[in-house]
Ligand binder design. Structure first.
Ligand SMILES: NC(=O)CC[C@H](N)C(=O)O
Length: 603
């Protein structure tokens, strides 16, 4: 189960207050997933972590060694890699290249049997191994990635996958034989977060042509290579409200937007004619493919020549659009329309997998910086424009409803692929070929609806106050995570005015951190009588709430010798149990009555 609230540890001991990381008890690789208690000082830089809460700085490699070593003072590398994977970091991640190379080299050098992953490293060797990649590794294992509890998050993704799997609605595109032959049962989901945390389920390594999912990419590249003004001299920003291949222009005789065929063909004309016009068609193909590859962090991007050739001969509508737009002078001067059409079909016929598409979506979620290569492929301004139009126009004639129900920028393609972007959080790629009448993947749309039913990813979901939806994100400066920290901090500091403000703003005053510590625990431990009274009387906080060590606020008050608070808590607790007893005897007597008066009571 995913926690329904952000979990940030706040340990309070008398006279001392420190922030700590969550314990490992929810994890499969249990004690290996993350350090048990990690003092934390509002910094995401692991080098500034404090090892003992007293101000002694421990470098992250030391912290990692201390935590992951076994009784023989050796780190078992297979478990260490399992812990990284648990938090979403794969050993194949290019950002871990040096670490993995060190293991391979070391394994070769010591002529050990087994594999590099079966190594046990002593302190010095371990530090040398993690050295070059230590900030990434520390960020991962200290759960500073955008989705700290990645395992719980992916359990939900898996659940949505299985909910959508039996959906047999829709029809596979059949305008060309290669698409018509696709297995309608193919179904894959891949996730890549802005920190490069990866998860995949289903058919995620099978290549498919990206079709219309190339449209946001070519648009982004055009913005990057030209300017927004130049691009939008030729193409609008309005949803068309019509089919994706409709023969229609807006009142300025421009295609409505770059996410439909007409707009994408015009964008291709800009890329052909205005961007590096000296390039031959084959060079332009390489140029664009190279861009796609960089967006995908070097993961699979291919080209399907059979589909390209089929597209070309089954494209009467696209040619009609091409000529119609030439008549209305939609292209820059000197445009070779035939070459533009070929270029458009080439872009549609590029191949990707769910895995590589998820990286592309994550690059868009990450302001144009590919999370796994850390290369800035597009400027964030270009990406913002791409996302804005994906949001309003990415799902063809379903875009309005999709924006309303799902509230995320997305793009679908006729092969059944979908790119979904949760800005600043993650990219998700879906692939399921059966399409609804508007051309969107049936399972894909259903998946998105499931996603935002559970997580507060809809653009207009409220992030600041507790809701029924889960926020799996790590928030640095705002929202629930921050509210819990701030709430507990102020309770420990005895800041009654702040507590009142939180109450008025609608914050759930009974929120707890990962260790089950509540504002009442902290106020009781620190001896803030007015806060304790306020939390009980005005906020109805549960006086019997237990933290993960089984301690109640009363235990804290007793431990730290706060007589008056002990009395308050004892009397509230006694009153509550008296009231409960009365209530249960009332329930009992009602039960008895109902037993004797069955007919009358059911009326
Ligand atoms: N919806 C789509 O994916 C359209 C792409 C398709 N190749 C076309 O141009 O018709």
């Amino acid at each position: 189960m995913l926690p329904s609230k952000r979990k940030v540890n706040v340990c309070s001991r008398k006279g001392k207050f420190c922030f700590a990381f969550k314990g490992p008890h929810t994890h499969d690789v249990s004690c290996f997933a993350s350090p048990t208690i990690r003092p934390f000082s509002f910094t995401s830089d692991p080098r500034k972590l404090e090892s003992d809460g007293k101000g002694t700085k421990e470098p992250p490699d030391q912290l990692l060694f201390n935590f992951y070593k076994n009784e023989d003072n050796l780190v078992p590398i297979n478990k260490f890699i399992a812990a990284l994977r648990h938090n979403g970091l794969r050993k194949t991640d290019p950002r871990l290249a040096e670490f993995m190379k060190f293991l391979r080299d070391h394994h070769r050098k010591i002529e050990d049997s087994g594999s590099p992953e079966m190594l046990y490293l002593d302190e010095e060797t371990f530090k040398r191994a993690v050295g070059p990649n230590v900030s990434l590794i520390a960020k991962c294992l200290f759960e500073e990635f955008i989705i700290p509890d990645f395992k719980s998050f992916t359990k939900h993704i898996e659940e949505f996958y299985y909910i959508c799997e039996p959906n047999s609605a829709g029809k596979v595109a059949d305008y060309i034989p290669q698409l018509a032959r696709t297995d309608p049962k193919s179904w894959g989901v891949s996730v890549c977060t802005v920190d490069g945390q990866r998860y995949s389920i289903g058919k995620t390594n099978t290549p498919f042509t990206i079709q219309s999912c190339s449209k946001p990419l070519t648009y982004g590249i055009a913005l990057e290579e030209l300017t927004e003004t130049e691009v939008h001299k030729y193409v609008g920003q309005e949803p068309s409200g019509r089919n994706f291949n409709e023969l229609i222009l807006d009142q300025n005789k421009k295609p409505h937007n770059p996410m439909i065929n007409a707009g994408a063909i015009v964008v291709c004309s800009l890329l052909k004619t205005l961007v590096k016009p000296e390039m031959t068609p084959s060079e332009k193909f390489d140029f664009i493919m190279n861009y796609f590859k960089r967006l995908a962090g070097g993961e699979h991007i291919g080209f399907n020549n059979a589909i390209f050739l089929s597209e070309k001969v089954s494209a009467d509508r696209n040619y009609a659009l091409g000529f119609f737009m030439r008549e209305h002078k939609c292209y820059p001067e000197n445009t070779n329309m035939k070459e533009v059409m070929d270029f458009y079909f080439q872009c549609c016929s590029m191949e990707a997998t769910c895995e590589s598409s998820a990286v592309i979506a994550a690059t868009l979620a990450n302001g144009g910086v590919c999370p796994i290569t850390e290369e800035k492929v597009l400027r964030s301004e270009s990406v913002r424009d791409v996302l804005a139009l994906m949001h309003s126009c990415g799902m063809y004639d379903y875009s309005g409803q999709f924006a309303f129900k799902v509230g995320l920028p997305a793009k679908s393609g006729v092969s059944g692929s979908m790119l979904i972007v949760v800005p600043n959080t993650m990219g998700i790629a879906l692939w399921s070929p059966p399409l609804d009448p508007l051309g969107n993947s049936c399972r894909g749309v259903q998946f998105c609806e499931e996603l935002v039913k559970t997580f507060n990813f809809h653009k207009y979901d409220n992030l600041r106050y507790a809701s029924d939806k889960i926020d799996p994100r790590r928030h640095k400066f705002s929202s629930i995570g921050f509210s819990i920290v701030t709430l507990l901090f102020n309770a420990a500091a005895g800041n009654i005015a702040a507590l009142r403000r939180f109450k008025v703003s609608g914050l759930n005053m009974g929120l707890s951190d990962y260790d089950g510590r509540t504002a009442l625990h902290l106020a009781a431990a620190e001896g803030h009588e007015d806060c304790v009274e306020f939390l009980i009387e005005q906020c109805d906080c549960d006086v019997n709430v237990k933290d993960r060590w089984g301690k109640t606020p009363l235990d804290e008050a007793k431990t730290f010798g706060h007589e008056k608070i002990t009395q308050i808590l004892l009397s509230v607790s006694a009153n509550n149990s008296k009231a409960n007893n009365e209530k249960s005897s009332l329930d009992k007597s009602e039960e008895d009555v109902s037993f004797h008066l069955p007919v009358i009571r059911t009326k």
